[in-house]
Design a protein around this ligand. Structure first.
Ligand code: FAD
Length: 534
């Protein structure tokens, strides 16, 4: 990677992992057999356009933690949706922060919030920057004197482990691999693996109510929380460490999913578990996706809690190399894990239920469905390559109750398929279930289509709108785990009950009276008089 590469601004990998021309040349010819349309000649990322000069200077006590280098500001101007990746590789940063601030402790977080309130500066918390919903892009109104990105990267690590209660005090900026590395010597794990695990942070997971890729049992990070510390402009909210509490509405629930609008999460006590050493898995084929999802429902309603329970439609199964391109079978990747007892017997019973639902056993063993797991880990890297080859590549997800599932999936396929034909001239809509519950499931859609270079953002907006409208009309949620951010706010406003909207607004006004915390996320930004030119 050249010294001036913009890969850190838009790409998934580390600097040395930028897709090179040879990799792109090798992938290009594989696109048509897999996706049904041709790749385009590889695009070369453009240099970064000149950013507007920062409007802010940090006050002297914060100068040591402030940065204004263009690449740094640019990286903090984008998340990781398709729209972000396209803009980043064109060198286009629509809303760079004026400064990036990296607090080293909670007191510095509080000092930044104080300064922002006094100086009329908007603040956008930044964990790993993997938001796919415009959560970290400082797209705020023009009434602010400036906007800062508060990067939690220096507030990282596991500060304490309690082996008795089995919990760990985790600082907000800790990324997935560092967290697991710190727990491993204790024989413990958080067992929380979102697909963005490598880059996303504990604080980001809590702020967005992320969901890991254990498909049943505890899915959202909510279930792993013992206590959260959040610094708000009105003071520090720290809840007691408790295994459960019935004392009124939960302060942790207020912080969970607040997406930086109420303050900055600095740390949390999270429940950890012994590392599993018993595993059993299987890969099954089904004639139809509906039969595979029916098997998942039967399993969950019978009380099974598989660690993996991925129903994939035929397109997903082909994308994950579980069958050749064009194959018509749906698949189910099933696995059980335990730290305490062998799980083969559970798998045996689960396979009987699956057979009743029409499943055919294709592979059995600890590593069954390994191709799916490998493709799951590689997907963010592959997306970088596909976008460079002119493929519109995006995902969206929802959840609904079982009785609505087939109808919702069918209507999303139809509406998004039509939007793709109009906007892109064709493309694929693939579906899998990422999470399952006794009363419903979370369908996750992958869209791959020929992009029209220069019009990608309009194409993306058309497809996104079609998906969101259809999901809401079919009784789903605007997001099961990707969060609301700025991109989903219009649909979130229609989904949430009005009294709750009033209560949320009042809560924000109470703890963030100047409205500095991530304006425009979850709630519409209050208009402010235009800031004077400097
Ligand atoms: C390839 C890919 C795969 C993904 N897979 C999953 C998945 O499997 N499951 C899932 O749930 N999500 C997934 N996501 C979405 C994203 O990774 C999650 O939303 C994740 O929780 C964001 O964490 P982060 O640290 O990157 O937060 P960021 O993207 O930095 O921030 C997300 C939001 O939280 C706010 N925020 C961040 N840190 C704090 C803090 N300490 N205090 C207050 N507010 C804060 C930000 O302002 C922003 O609004 C995926 C994204 C990508 C690009």
């Amino acid at each position: 990677m050249g010294r001036w590469s913009t890969y850190p601004v838009w790409g998934w990998g580390l600097p040395g992992e930028e897709p090179d021309p040879a990799a792109l040349a090798a992938l290009g010819p594989a696109v048509r057999p897999l996706l049904g349309f041709d790749a385009q000649p590889p695009e070369r990322p453009a240099p970064l356009a000149e950013l507007p000069a920062p409007r802010l200077r940090p006050p002297p006590p914060l100068a040591a933690i402030a940065a204004a280098e263009p690449l740094d500001r640019a990286r903090h101007g984008l998340g990781r949706s398709y729209r972000d990746v396209v803009r980043g590789l064109r060198g286009r940063i629509d809303h760079p922060p004026d400064l990036v601030l990296r607090p080293r402790d909670q007191a510095e977080v509080a000092a930044v919030l104080d300064w922002c309130g006094d100086a009329g500066v908007a603040l956008v918390p930044f964990g790993g920057g993997t938001s796919v919903v415009g959560g970290v892009e400082p797209a705020v109104g023009d009434g602010w004197a400036g906007v800062v990105s508060l990067d939690l990267g220096r507030l990282a690590g596991v500060a304490e482990v309690d082996p008795v209660a089995r919990a760990a005090r985790v600082l907000a900026g800790t990324q997935g691999p560092a967290l697991e590395d710190a727990l491993r010597p204790h024989g413990l794990t958080l067992r929380f693996f979102p697909q963005s695990f490598q880059r996303s942070t504990a604080g980001g997971w809590l702020a967005t109510r992320a969901a890991g890729h254990y498909a049943s049992g505890p899915t959202h990070v909510d279930d792993l929380v013992e206590s959260i510390t959040m610094v708000t402009p009105a003071g520090v909210q720290r809840s007691r460490r408790l295994p459960g509490s019935g004392a009124g509405p939960s302060p942790d629930r207020l912080a969970l999913g607040s997406e930086g609008t109420l303050g900055v999460i600095t740390e949390a006590w999270l429940r950890v578990v012994p590392r599993p050493d018993h595993r059993a898995g299987a890969l099954l084929g089904f004639e139809r996706f509906e039969a595979a999802t029916g098997a998942v429902r039967a399993l969950l309603q019978a009380g099974f809690a598989p660690a993996s329970c991925r129903a994939l439609d035929a397109t997903e199964a082909a994308l994950a190399a579980l069958q050749p391109p064009g194959g018509q079978a749906a698949a189910l990747v099933l696995a059980f894990e335990s730290a305490s007892y062998p799980v083969e017997a559970q798998l045996e019973l689960a396979l009987e239920l699956c057979a009743d639902a029409g499943g055919k056993l294709l592979e059995r063993g600890e590593r069954a469905g390994g191709a799916w797991r490998a493709s799951f880990r590689q997907a963010p890297y592959l997306r970088d390559q596909l976008v460079l080859l002119g493929v519109l590549a995006e995902t969206f997800e929802t959840a609904c109750t079982w009785e609505r599932l087939d109808g919702l999936v069918a209507s999303v396929r139809e509406a998004v398929g039509a939007a793709l034909r109009d906007a892109c001239g064709g493309g694929l809509v693939a579906c899998r279930l990422t999470h399952a519950y006794p009363d419903g499931a979370a369908p996750y859609f992958t869209v791959l289509a020929p992009a029209r270079r220069g019009s990608e953002l309009a194409q993306w907006a058309d497809v996104k709108r079609a998906a969101a409208e259809t999901v809401l009309a079919a009784g789903g949620t605007i997001t099961h785990h990707h969060a609301v951010g700025r991109d989903h706010r219009a649909w979130y406003q229609r989904q949430r009950p009005e009294p709750f909207a009033l209560a949320l607004r009042a809560a924000k006004d109470a703890v963030d009276p100047a409205g500095v915390c991530n304006p425009g996320v979850l709630l519409e930004e209050r208009p402010r008089p235009r800031a004077p030119e400097r």
